[in-house]
Design a protein around this ligand. Sequence first.
Ligand code: SF4
Ligand code: SF4
Length: 131
Amino acid sequence: MSDLIAIERPCGDCMMCCKLPAIEALDKPAGKWCIHATPGAQCNIYEARPTVCRVFNCLWKIDHRIPEAFRPDKVKAVLAIYKEGVLIVYPDKAYPTAWKDGELGAFISGWPEPFVVETGKGKMVVRNVPK
Ligand code: SF4
Ligand code: SF4
């Protein structure tokens, strides 16, 4: 993401990256709380958390292009970097259309780069590949 200007927003009590994405290293399926999480409070193995957690690229946290109002627990979806130049959406299964609705949906539809959506069990679907 060539025009990413790094920022650092505080997570507060969000913790959606400990619930929404599948994490193979922890044998954690998408949409289930990690067994090491106390929801809304903390990671109970924070100092020993695996690398996948240490390097997770939550865009709301680091990318100024993601509006402040889109904190993942508020919009029911985590946006992250899938690979160079590609956005990934991890939807909250309890709100399966939330990422397509309202301001977040409009924002994602207008995203200038490709994006994929995690559909569960590690499966991805490509939603948009601009020419
Ligand atoms: S999903 Fe993003 S904002 Fe929420 S806890 Fe994880 S890194 Fe922080
Ligand atoms: S190990 Fe900790 S940081 Fe990683 S998903 Fe579990 S609770 Fe979250």
